[in-house]
Write a protein that binds this ligand. Structure first.
Ligand code: AMP
Ligand code: GLY
Length: 437
């Protein structure tokens, strides 16, 4: 069969790489793909982004299954377009994708269904928002968290360490003209773009990424993982889309796992259904787990994580095509996932200037051939004569398996040190929380 992966990041390269390993798969199309998916045998890039044109392509090529990677097309309703044509696609509808595309929607949803999350308030009026942070910081002190309502590729969240920083974040996020964080503002009741912010309590604890597959009835958890959101070592610097990840995450003990399923995942799927929205697709709960093992939801994503997918796919032993066929048939209850018992760890190499202004066009050299226990997944790369060049913020994710976090880390960094492009930025401490335990 032929399958189609939509997106161009490291997550999509890892998905396409894994799908191509299925004996049932003859070809994997990636739209639009990147320099890595262009080079792999069995993978073919397709330069289409319009949803109707993608559905035309899937029909013309007799694509048996489509998987959507990023939030943009999901929030734009690509799953609705494919389903209306009778095409098999795994992902949430536009209505379900609001769990990610609107922080205000997600917070109100969690409040309504008693799903543990940080206390919050939502504002579109700047004066009211400024007054609220004054009052909150006066009461409980900084930090306080300011979030733009719309999608912003991981950059719409500011953990303000001081009152002036909180005021500045509000000013940036609520201004319709000065959109320096690149937020896609959601539309208000009148249909206009209406900037809104969510202001929330700062949660203490350790984060983890908890991703499940939903077929509309059944829920199947994937292996746990942990991302590293900040640009610099020791979790310093600005938030990014994610600078590295490993799986499994030891902070998710069996007890925490059971609580997450019972207190967050099942109530979310049931709450959406109660509100009239059937959730299908990957559901990603970004968790903050406190010292007592209480998980709270920091955010929902309605897709796989990037870079979490890269280590998760390296550990997945089951045939992903079989799993996705069950997921689109509503029979995930018949699936038991098999995982490599080893740890997988991926380190992101980002372009100079990431996250604000990544430079493009730097030549990449020293890329190793993939091995059974190590893969370099491409993200912001483009094919070029001889070797690929950088073409986006996060460029590569160097991912390796090992018998422990330490060994997976060593293997990934050994590989990374052989790869070069000018201005490359990467963290040197991916996996440190698990190693410190
Ligand atoms: P989000 O896009 O909502 O996941 O936020 C991005 C990152 O900001 C998270 O991964 C956390 O590291 C941090 N963050 C967001 N909300 C909070 C919160 N309420 N308390 C502490 N950290 C937070
Ligand atoms: N790595 C975080 C995310 O995909 O949202």
């Amino acid at each position: 069969m032929k399958v189609l992966v939509i997106g161009n990041g490291g997550r999509e390269h890892a998905l396409a790489w894994k799908l191509a390993q299925s004996p049932r798969v003859q070809a994997v199309f990636v739209a639009p793909g990147n320099g890595g998916t262009a080079a792999d045998p069995k993978l073919t890039n397709v330069a289409i982004s319009d949803h109707a044109a993608l559905a035309d392509f899937a029909q013309a090529e007799k694509v048996a299954l489509t998987v959507v990677g990023p939030e943009g097309p999901l929030a734009g309703g690509i799953v609705d377009v494919f389903r209306a044509r009778g095409l098999r696609v795994f992902g949430p509808t536009r209505a379900a994708a609001q769990l990610e595309s609107s922080k205000a929607f997600a917070k109100a949803f969690m409040q309504r269904h008693a799903i543990p999350t940080a206390a919050f308030a939502t504002f579109s009026d700047a004066a009211a928002a400024h007054a609220y942070v004054d009052a909150e910081v006066g009461k409980s002190g900084a930090p306080i968290v300011i979030k733009a309502d719309g999608l912003a590729a991981g950059k719409g969240v500011v953990v303000a360490m001081s009152l002036p920083q909180a005021h500045q974040a509000i000013a940036w996020m609520l201004s319709a003209d000065d959109n320096r964080l690149g937020v896609q503002h959601n539309t208000g009741k009148g249909g206009d773009r209406q900037p809104r912010v969510v202001i929330e309590q700062f949660l203490e604890g350790e984060e983890a990424s908890f991703i499940v597959m939903c077929d509309g009835k059944n829920v199947l958890p994937l292996a746990t993982s942990q991302d590293h959101k900040r640009l610099l070592d020791d979790d310093e610097g600005p938030n990014t889309g994610g600078m590295g990840a490993y799986s499994p995450a030891p902070v998710v003990t069996p007890d925490v796992h059971a609580r997450v399923m019972q207190e967050i995942i099942h109530p979310t799927i049931a709450g959406m259904a109660e509100d009239g929205i059937v959730f299908t697709g990957f559901l990603y709960a970004g968790l903050m787990i406190d010292a007592a093992g209480q998980p709270r939801t920091v955010e929902f994503n309605c897709r796989l994580g990037d870079p979490e997918t890269q280590p998760i796919m390296m550990r997945l032993e089951s045939d992903l095509v079989d799993v996705l066929m069950h997921a689109t048939d509503g029979t995930l209850d018949q699936v038991e996932l098999e995982w490599d018992r080893r740890v997988a760890l991926g380190v992101v190499m980002a372009a100079k200037g990431y996250p604000l202004d990544p430079r493009k066009g730097d030549a990449i050299s020293g890329l190793p051939a993939n091995a059974a226990d190590a893969c370099v997944f491409h993200a912001g790369t483009a094919p070029a004569e001889g070797a690929p060049v950088t073409a986006g913020g996060r460029v590569l994710c160097v991912t390796a398996l090992g018998d422990s976090v330490k060994l997976a880390q060593q293997r990934a960094y050994d590989l990374l040190r052989g790869i070069h492009f000018d201005g490359a930025q990467y963290r040197r401490d991916i996996g440190y929380r698990a190693i410190r335990r």
